[in-house]
Ligand binder design. Structure first.
Ligand code: ZN
Length: 263
């Protein structure tokens, strides 16, 4: 737990180079909708994030200031109005230059354990590190964002969910949240089963937790599509994140609502 005085001191002592900040913001087109005030808050959160988390380069990958800031900014976007305490309980971020291979084991129905290698662009461990591929983390692509994806997993892991849909934020009504997620997930899985083309990454059909992570990516980086095709889900995600990136809701969230201590 980080005291707010410590955070204030960190902010007072840390300067972010203005040129670097501009380069990073421009490289992430989905930040375009943020107000000057929101961008300022995002920069502060990123500074605190970098001081409280430990980032390591894997396979000799060099973590330049640009790499660190690009990852921090994307990681902080989902908690812009929630606060950094939502990422407590773990500190490590491991960055590979590109896709990384992990060894997986799976037991089949005969009890035989199969070992195989899988190429991944990101991974989040409960209570442990987030692992990212820089190649994927720096793409700035619309609708696809491995950093937001993995940090969305961190949010539902913090909520102590059982691997299904995350529990809603305190103060939200549970029934509409779960009903909306369930309905949207079923509709999405049906579309994938019917081999209908989907704008949202098909990987969302893998598991309820993946649906939440993939929809969170889309909510922040392709918000108009989510607001158009999944208006009820969009409204629930907006309640959860206290953000309305598509500007689709009648009343904007008052600044500061739900913001964590020391933000
Ligand atoms: Zn995932």
């Amino acid at each position: 737990m980080f005291d707010s005085w410590r955070r204030k001191r960190t902010l007072a002592r840390t300067r972010v180079d203005a040129g670097l900040w501009r380069r990073v913001v421009v490289s992430l087109p989905f930040l375009r909708g943020l107000s000057q005030q929101e961008l300022e808050r995002l920069r502060e959160l990123a500074v605190l994030f970098l001081s409280e988390k430990e980032m390591h380069g894997a396979q000799g990958f060099e973590l330049t200031d640009q790499v660190r800031l690009t990852i921090a900014v994307q990681a902080c976007l989902p908690v812009l109005n929630l606060g950094l305490d939502w990422y407590e309980g773990w500190i490590g971020i491991i960055v590979y230059p590109g896709e990384f291979r992990v060894r997986k084991e799976e037991m089949d129905e005969h009890g035989v354990v199969h070992t195989y290698d899988e190429g991944l662009s990101g991974e989040a461990w409960p209570g442990g590190p987030v692992v990212l591929s820089w190649e994927d983390a720096s793409s700035g692509e619309t609708g696809y964002n491995v950093v937001i994806h993995e940090f969305a997993h961190k949010l539902h892991m913090l909520r102590g969910d059982d691997g299904g849909f995350p529990t809603p934020r305190d103060g939200m009504e549970e029934q509409p949240w779960f009903d909306t997620l369930e309905e949207a997930y079923q509709r999405f899985c049906d579309a994938v089963d019917a081999e209908e083309p989907t704008i949202i990454d098909e990987y969302a059909a893998e598991h309820p937790a993946e649906f939440f992570a993939v929809m969170s990516e889309a909510f922040f980086t392709d918000s108009a599509i989510v607001a158009r095709d999944y208006p009820r889900l969009y409204a629930q995600l907006a309640q959860f994140y206290l953000q309305d990136p598509a500007g689709a809701l009648p009343h904007p969230f008052p600044p500061g609502e739900g913001r964590g201590e020391g933000r």
